[in-house]
Design a protein around this ligand. Structure first.
Ligand code: PLP
Length: 419
């Protein structure tokens, strides 16, 4: 998945009416500390368009009921809304069937599900799981846990000074004992877009299945799980303008079929007796208990909203805005960009000589600018660069050059105060 060329980026920039689109996001219309809010913390969570807020509210106002159970009208409507959202998400990621779309709480839960239901029963002492040095903690800790449980070993493909995975090393680490590869699509800490298709091809050449952590990809680019060849693909609703507490695990049907359920309870069964239980069909086998119905409805609305804006236009506009951001940041005295991969999306991580990242975060907030300061749940990445923390501006298609200018002005003030 490569980013657009500068020429197409400019065309896309022209194609997106950001001023109008911003009107869709009520939270963007406020002032913070007497300045217009510049929300540049989208990698943490994105703001929600009215279409999402209204879809969730309408569901609770009019259709609220439990799914898959009742024979009454509201239950049928709730089931139709929930299953409709599943079909929307199937289309959104390009899956072959809704049987491959499991609703989960988010990327974290999706990865834990795969670790416990796919990896744990299969791993033997000496087996290996291969990840990269770029991963979010959600794509590290569940594998560490399953390695502890099974005696398997976690291997880590290193990165270079730009924050790109070293593909030669990745390939070298793919060995006889590798049972699973788990890689991020886009790094939340640095913005690096991994060449996941190429990495999947290399893993598949050795018949190793691949999980892709897509938390930071789906807000910024079109994803087609079949074109990528992903065996598992995880995403979070709240990163892609949907509600918190809802996400999707996509998994190839044959893999899900062969997996035991992860959690037991209602809805994941066909029949229960004290002699034993017959599990439900896919994907319900993996959805124990009452699901986040309103969340799924909101996620479906978010996917529809993104499709309406246009994923190609989003990618092109953001590519242009990221280039502008990095150019403007370079003007700030003593600022160093962390993460300079050739292929990046939506993230500018940086440090400024003599100013702690958290102080930067606090001072720019006085200017109404929201950025993140810290390790971004990617402590190994920080360790690689010898840093405790960075400041991070992370973009969405509703951000503007004026907001970047406000950030740069605020950073200059921080530099004057502390630097
Ligand atoms: N993976 C990446 C790359 C992320 O950026 C995040 C969240 O920041 C996650 C996984 C975890 O997502 P969630 O907290 O929605 O489960």
């Amino acid at each position: 998945m490569s980013m657009p060329t500068p020429a197409t980026a400019r065309a896309g920039a022209a194609a997106l009416d950001v001023k109008r689109l911003r009107q869709d996001f009520p939270a963007l219309k406020q002032e913070i500390n007497g300045r217009p809010l510049a929300y540049l913390d989208n990698a943490a969570t994105a703001q929600k368009p009215a279409a999402v807020i209204e879809a969730v509210a309408r569901y609770y106002r009019e259709d609220n009921s439990n799914v898959h159970r009742g024979v009454h009208t509201l239950s049928e409507r709730a089931t139709a809304a929930y299953e409709g959202a599943r079909e929307t998400m199937r289309g959104f990621v390009g899956a072959a069937s809704t049987r491959e779309i499991v609703f989960v709480r988010g990327t974290t839960e999706a990865i834990n599900l795969v670790a416990q239901a796919w990896a744990r029963p299969r791993l033997q002492p000496g087996d290996e799981i291969l990840i990269t040095h770029l991963e979010h903690h959600s794509n590290i800790v569940p594998w560490q846990m399953v390695c502890e449980q099974t005696g398997a070993t976690l291997r880590v493909a290193p990165i270079n000074a730009c924050g790109e995975v070293r593909l030669d090393e990745f390939e070298r680490l793919l060995g006889e004992r590798t049972k699973l590869v788990a890689i991020g699509h886009v790094s939340n800490a640095l913005g690096t877009i991994n060449p996941v298709r190429q990495m999947i091809e290399r893993a598949h050449a050795r018949e190793v299945p691949v999980l892709v952590d897509g938390a930071q990809a789906t807000p910024h680019m079109a994803v087609d799980v079949q074109a990528l060849g992903a065996d598992f693909y995880a995403l979070s609703g709240h990163k892609m303008f949907g509600p918190t507490g809802i996400g999707v695990l996509y998994a190839r049907e044959a893999l899900l079929d062969a997996m035991p359920p992860w959690q037991g309870g209602g809805d994941m069964i066909k029949a229960v007796s004290f002699d034993g239980t017959v599990y439900n069909d896919l994907p319900y086998k993996f959805e124990a208990g009452t699901p986040n119905i309103g969340g799924a409805v909101g996620l479906g609305a978010a996917a529809d909203y993104i499709a309406g804006v246009g994923q190609a236009q989003i990618a092109a506009y953001e590519s242009d805005l990221l280039a502008y951001t990095e150019d403007r940041l370079a003007e700030v005295d003593g600022l160093r960009l962390i993460g300079t991969a050739a292929n990046k999306a939506a993230v500018a991580s940086f440090v400024i000589d003599g100013v702690h990242a958290h102080d930067l975060g606090t001072i720019v907030d006085h200017h109404g600018v929201a950025i993140r300061a810290g390790h971004h749940c990617a402590m190994p990445v920080m360790e690689f660069f010898g840093l405790a923390a960075t400041a991070r501006a992370s973009l969405a298609f509703y951000n503007t050059r004026e907001e970047i200018d406000a950030l740069v002005e605020a950073l200059r003030e921080a530099k004057n105060i502390f630097g």
